[in-house]
Design a protein around this ligand. Structure first.
Ligand code: TAP
Length: 437
């Protein structure tokens, strides 16, 4: 059994079984058997079952959101959006079965991190089920509760036994078995770049298909001609949302040197006003970090760095950390180069467009990013120049379920969401039929 902790209080919330190798193999074999009948379910019926699953999620939206607030420390506003996102993604892919021709990959193994337990699970299982695959899903050990509940809701909605199985347990046991078990023909992994590389190498052994959504160190580029008030008001949430535990966090802020001082003066009150409090409160903008160990890791980046200013965080129990803005002394600074995965923003000035693009691209990652300018030509040139999978101009959106999401360079491989995701859950088979009598 594994104890599940509420990160806002440090207290034990639940105990969840940590399944071993034999139980993982049994779940995979059930999924393999279920594939035979699931692929035969008529497309219209498969679509109906997915819509019923979406309705079950919608009916339990408040319960799922409250569970996530307690398990992951997400603000209640975010958690409601996340449960709604699972519903929306299921409904979106429920439109797919009738429009697809019969091409499936039998069993898909989905490995989910702790930072967005519900949406990332849904981005994997919804298109996989829609495409006719069966699914085994491993939640992160720290945040298994909503995935377990989604598994129950799927059964209640009529998804047949074995078609979607949640297998809680350790990454090195359950997740690793998805990589090595020959019946799992595709692995969908979201998590750290290090573990992602090991999974990709492991999948090579069986030439197993793999989708990777990995880390990020995204740039928020603010040009001198931008609406600076609006850009400064939006910058805190772009990096401190979900306590910075977001692969799309705009954790590098690049500001054109001619407006650098003015922009920091606008940013400071916005950072100090960012509300860090009990995530169950409707007013909360940020909750705690996920664990004590993670807080130690985040704190190590602030260490002897030059702090420009910081916000407030509760002092009591739980793994709290204040929103913090650091001045980068050079692009070699550890907090500038590495993914902190916490509420820490690094700031650096730039001279011109060319330097902004060069600095944004000076990273092994390429997941997301933002450009603030009133010059449309500049917005398009910089969008072309920055090597990243999702960019927003004069906003910080990264995810809409009807458009593709994924990374360039070491941020990942393949695309989730939108029409693209379905292709990664299907195989092309070319059958020649002789018409000789
Ligand atoms: P990881 O340590 O990589 O864990 C992610 C998942 O992989 C967990 O379920 C983990 O299980 C499992 N795992 C660990 N070792 C494994 C192994 N050897 N074989 C198979 N599975 C294994 O990452 P994390 O700390 O949970 O998440 C934070 C990282 O994920 C950050 O770097 C962040 O950028 C990245 N992330 C990226 C994205 C996208 S969309 N690109 C989204 C969210 C997070 P356990 O729970 O047992 O450790």
């Amino acid at each position: 059994m594994t104890d599940v902790i509420n990160p806002a209080t440090g207290t034990v919330l639940a105990s969840v079984p940590s399944l071993g190798l034999a139980e993982t193999d049994a779940a995979i074999e059930r999924a393999q058997q279920a594939f035979g009948s699931w692929r035969q379910v008529a497309p219209g019926d498969r679509a109906r079952l997915l819509r019923r699953f979406a309705t079950a999620v919608d009916d339990h939206l408040a319960e799922l959101a409250e569970l996530e607030v307690r398990n992951a420390g997400h603000t209640i506003g975010n958690a409601r959006w996340e449960a709604g996102n699972v519903r929306d993604v299921l409904n979106y892919y429920a439109g797919a079965p009738e429009r697809m021709s019969g091409r499936q990959i039998p069993v898909v193994g989905i490995i989910v991190p702790w930072n967005f337990p519900m949406p990332i699970a849904g981005w994997g299982f919804a298109p996989a089920l829609a495409a006719g695959n069966t699914v085994v899903l491993k939640p992160a050990e720290l945040t298994p509760l909503t995935a377990i509940r989604l598994g129950e809701l799927a059964l209640e909605a009529g998804i047949p036994e074995g078609v979607f199985t949640v297998v809680p347990g350790a990454g090195s046991v359950v997740g690793q078995r998805f990589v090595t078990h020959p019946a799992v023909r595709k692995v969908c992994f979201t998590g750290s770049t290090g573990v992602g590389k090991a999974i990709m190498a492991g999948c090579a052994d069986q030439v197993k298909r793999v989708t990777l959504e990995l880390g990020g160190k995204s740039a928020n580029i603010v040009f001198a001609d931008a609406d600076l008030e609006k850009a400064a008001a939006a910058a805190p949430a772009s990096v401190f949302d979900n306590a910075g535990q977001d692969c799309c966090a705009r954790s590098r802020l690049l500001v054109q040197d001619s407006v650098y001082d003015r922009f920091l003066a606008l940013l400071e009150p916005a950072v100090k006003a960012f509300r860090v409090e009990d995530p169950a409160l409707a007013t909360a903008e940020m909750g705690p970090l996920i664990s004590a160990a993670h807080r130690t890791s985040v704190a190590s980046y602030v260490g002897d760095a030059e702090v420009a200013f910081a916000g407030e965080a509760p002092n009591g129990d739980g793994w709290w950390f204040p929103p913090t803005v650091l001045l980068a002394r050079s692009t070699g600074d550890r907090h500038w180069r590495e993914e902190v995965f916490g509420p820490v923003l690094s700031v650096l000035p730039f001279r011109d467009e060319a330097e902004a693009i060069a600095l944004a691209n000076d990273t092994e990652y390429g997941l997301s990013g933002s450009i603030w300018t009133r010059d449309l030509g500049q917005a398009l040139r910089v969008s072309r120049g920055v090597e990243t999978g999702a960019l927003s101009v004069n906003s910080h959106s990264s995810v809409r379920y009807w458009t593709p999401f994924g990374g360039m360079k070491q941020s990942g491989l393949g695309r989730e969401l939108g029409p693209d995701a379905l292709h990664s859950f299907t195989d092309v088979k070319n059958v020649f039929i002789s018409t000789d009598s």
